[in-house]
Design a protein around this ligand. Structure first.
Ligand SMILES: Nc1ncnc2c1ncn2[C@@H]1O[C@H](COP(=O)(O)OP(=O)(O)OP(=O)(O)O)[C@@H](O)[C@H]1O
Ligand SMILES: [Mg+2]
Length: 156
C-alpha cells in the first residue's frame, strides 16, 4: 500500500491475549495514522503513562490520535499537539464509539483537512455513536444522525 502511494491507518483495538507482540511494532513502520485509546497506547509502548507512550510513538508514527473517551481526543504530529473536547451528549452505550471516531476522523483526513477538523468530525461521530445501543445503531437511523451532525458540526 505504501509503495502504491496510499496512506494507511490502524486502530488495533484491544489485544484479548494482552500480548502486543513484535509484529505490531513491525507494522507500525508503515502506519501514517494510529488511533489508540489510553489503555492501548500504554500497552503498545509498555509504559504506565499515555503521554509518555505518545512521545515514544511519535518518533516513528507520523500522526497519533489518542482517544480519551468523554474527554475527547488529542492528535500528535511530530512535536505538535492538537486537542479537541468531546461533544456533550447523553451517552447510552459507549460500544463502538472508538471505531465511529476513526471513521469521522479519517473521512476528513483523506480529504486533506487539517487535524482540528479531523478531530472535530471524529468527536462528532464518536459522540453520535454513544446515543444508541451497539456500535452502528445511531448511524442506521439516518434522520437521527443527520440531526446530531447538523446540531454539532461546524458550519461551512
Ligand atoms: N461519554 C461520551 N460523550 C461524548 N463523546 C464520547 C463519549 N464517549 C466517547 N466519546 C467519543 O468517542 C470517542 C472514542 O471513544 P473512546 O475513547 O471510548 O474510544 P475506544 O476506547 O477506542 O472505544 P471502543 O471501545 O469503541 O473501541 C471519544 O474520543 C469521544 O469523541
Ligand atoms: Mg477502540
Amino acid at each position: 500500500m505504501k509503495s502504491a502511494g496510499l496512506t494507511t491507518s490502524l486502530d488495533t483495538n484491544d489485544d484479548p491475549e494482552d500480548r502486543w507482540g513484535d509484529d505490531l511494532v513491525e507494522v507500525l513502520r508503515y502506519v501514517d495514522v494510529l488511533l489508540p485509546n489510553e489503555r492501548e497506547i500504554m500497552r503498545i509502548t509498555r509504559t504506565d503513562d499515555p503521554m509518555v507512550g505518545l512521545a515514544k510513538l511519535s518518533e516513528f508514527v507520523p500522526i497519533i490520535v489518542l482517544k480519551l473517551g468523554p474527554q475527547g481526543a488529542v492528535a500528535r504530529r511530530g512535536k505538535e499537539d492538537t486537542t479537541a473536547p468531546s461533544l456533550r451528549v447523553e451517552p447510552l452505550d459507549p460500544v463502538g464509539a472508538g471505531d465511529s471516531f476513526d471513521a469521522g476522523f479519517l473521512h476528513q483526513y483523506v480529504r486533506g483537512a487539517g487535524l482540528a477538523t479531523c478531530l472535530r468530525y471524529g468527536n462528532l461521530a464518536g459522540a453520535c455513536s454513544t446515543t444508541r445501543p451497539g456500535g452502528t445503531e445511531a448511524f442506521r437511523d439516518r434522520p437521527h444522525f443527520q440531526k446530531s451532525f447538523s446540531e454539532h458540526a461546524p458550519k461551512g
